[in-house]
Design a protein around this ligand. Structure first.
Ligand SMILES: Nc1ncnc2c1ncn2[C@@H]1O[C@H](COP(=O)(O)OP(=O)(O)OP(=O)(O)O)[C@@H](O)[C@H]1O
Ligand SMILES: [Mg+2]
Length: 521
């Protein structure tokens, strides 16, 4: 039997019409399945059970009216209805983590004064300021925003310039407000969605980490399907993805290290919540950015605290540009707030330190910087005041290098790496498989004679095979065919030209005839 949630607030009449407590008229209700997120609409008449036409055996119901009173929040409670194998874990985790809408200023985790200051900066920056517009920008419920704006009105910082609709006023700045806003902007220039507290952020990162779905071997195989790798490598990568321990990858250039790092990330399923920004000691650290974070639809999740954004698990790849400074909070003296460092942006996802050893920083210094976070899953960042804060460090960390690791890394660091993997060059059979795939991708029919010819070229030049070269050679073949308007056939001529253009060297064609096939692989 469906259960209608009883709440003291239901006894009050809401709005006009026959929906009051005394009425026996059916009122619209909303049934929320807390495992699937499915929302069903039905009708409730006092003393009757909920009728939805869907035969709900057990659920939690809240009336549409009550939902609206509560700022639109859906109550999320366990139910047995609509359980679907396969996605149960995901939805359960998702609902348990869905950040609830703050009903009062106290439940935002922020000071009233901090939020009022932020609201004032919003009125200052918006010539057509209304409650609705501030609500939209602050990402707080309208009732809460209006409370802040009314406070600014009482303090004579702003004036009310008219009523647009119930609870939606037009606001404008007063002289006292201008002065105050300018004073505030001199200290903290942040004008954007209300932040969350550092403790709320830390808790969310930890809860999401605990609730993550385990990575299964088929997900790893599927993610790595685009690469041709030895079984032992796939096995190791499966262990890395499943354990989320760090990985140190070494191997010659062009054999797929960066591609493996991205594929490993794709094996991690699920989306996460991150805040637009975090507040610490009145300072704001911006976390969400569209460059590193890809928002996903929240349809079916229900209403939530919009200070949080649901995103695909992030992957952040940093290369030669990495410095010790970029690993700390970046304070912009012009806007007077902080940007989170890239490792914090990667929380809940994957951080790839690519081309390790090519940074201008000493590898030893760089590695030392990671030892503490790796050990304790906590990173220490410094505010410009000198104060240190602790933020969670929860991500799959991957290092990749094509340099000699003996010259880069000391034992103290390697000891802290979960896994070490050498990504070597492909053997002839693997090369052939890669060649076949890229031939098809570039519109060529695979011809074993063409590959034999390519192997002769390698042998004549004494070049080692590389995983990237079938793609690179075949793409150049395709360029030539398209430019010269030739049929797409992998002739020796075509391969020779592509080879010369790619390597800027080629063996003598006369000597090539009858030269031995590549034997060393
Ligand atoms: N084993 C492989 N199977 C299929 N394709 C491969 C393989 N190895 C490399 N490739 C191809 O080569 C391209 C380049 O590889 P990638 O950039 O990942 O190499 P890398 O090891 O990171 O090189 P570098 O050390 O220069 O950064 C990939 O996008 C992929 O198309
Ligand atoms: Mg690379």
């Amino acid at each position: 039997m469906a259960v209608l949630e009883r709440s003291p607030t239901r006894t009050r009449r809401f709005g006009a019409g026959p929906e009051g407590e005394g009425s026996k008229m059916p009122c619209p209700v909303q049934l929320v399945c807390h495992e699937t997120g499915v929302v069903q609409h039905g009708f409730y008449a006092r003393g009757a059970s909920v009728s939805t036409g869907i035969g709900v055996p057990d659920s939690t119901v809240r009336t549409e009216r009550h939902r609206r009173r509560q700022g639109g929040a859906l109550l999320l409670q366990p139910s047995t209805f609509g359980r679907q194998s396969g996605d149960v874990m995901t939805h359960q985790a998702l609902e348990a983590l869905c950040p609830p809408i703050p009903q009062k200023v106290e439940s935002t985790g922020l000071d009233f004064g901090f939020l009022a200051d932020l609201a004032l900066k919003m009125v200052y920056a918006d010539a057509n300021c209304t409650t609705e517009r501030v609500t939209e920008k602050l990402k707080l419920p309208a009732s809460l925003t209006e409370e802040l704006l009314q406070h600014l009105y009482r303090e004579k910082f702003v004036e009310i310039r008219g009523l647009i609709s119930y609870g939606n006023n037009r606001y404008g700045m007063l002289d006292r407000g201008w002065q105050r806003a300018q004073q505030l902007l001199g200290i903290n220039g942040y004008i954007g969605p209300a932040p969350v507290s550092l403790s709320a952020y830390t808790e969310m990162v930890q809860r999401q980490s605990a609730a993550r779905d385990p990575v299964r071997p088929d997900a790893v195989r599927e993610a790595l399907a685009g690469l041709v790798l030895p079984d032992s490598t796939v096995e190791t990568l499966g262990l890395v993805a499943h354990s989320r321990r760090s990985l140190f990858m070494i191997g010659p250039a062009g054999n797929g290290k960066t591609t493996i790092a991205k594929a490993l990330h794709n094996a991690q399923r699920g989306d996460i919540w991150i805040p637009h920004a975090i507040e610490v000691d009145g300072q704001v650290i911006k976390v969400f950015d569209l460059h590193n974070h890809q928002p996903v639809s929240v349809d079916g999740i229900g209403r939530h605290d919009e200070r949080w954004v649901r995103i695909k698990r992030p992957i952040v790849i940093v290369g030669g540009e990495l410095t010790i400074e970029t690993m700390d909070l970046t304070y912009s003296p012009s806007v007077k707030f902080y940007e989170a460092p890239f490792q914090m942006k990667a929380n809940g996802g994957t951080l790839v330190i690519d081309d390790f050893g090519r940074q201008r920083v000493e590898p030893h210094d760089l590695l030392n910087r990671w030892i503490v976070p790796l050990e304790g899953q906590v990173d220490h960042l410094t505010l410009h005041t000198g104060k240190q804060i602790e933020v969670p460090f929860e991500q799959q960390l991957i290092f990749a290098t094509n340099l000699n690791p003996a010259e880069l890394v000391d034992d103290a660091f390697l000891r802290r790496m979960g896994y070490r993997l050498t990504v070597g060059p492909p053997d002839k059979a693997m090369y052939e498989e890669i060649f076949k795939r890229y031939a098809a991708a570039n519109g060529f029919a695979y011809d074993p004679a063409a590959l034999t010819y390519v192997f002769r070229l390698y042998a004549a030049e004494g070049r080692p095979l590389r995983g990237c070269e079938p793609r690179d050679l075949l793409e150049r073949c395709s360029d030539i065919c398209s430019f010269e308007m030739l049929p797409k056939v992998l002739s020796d001529d075509l391969l020779y030209t592509a080879w010369s253009n790619y390597f800027a060297s080629a063996p003598d064609r006369q000597q090539l005839e009858g030269s031995p096939l590549l034997a060393s692989h």
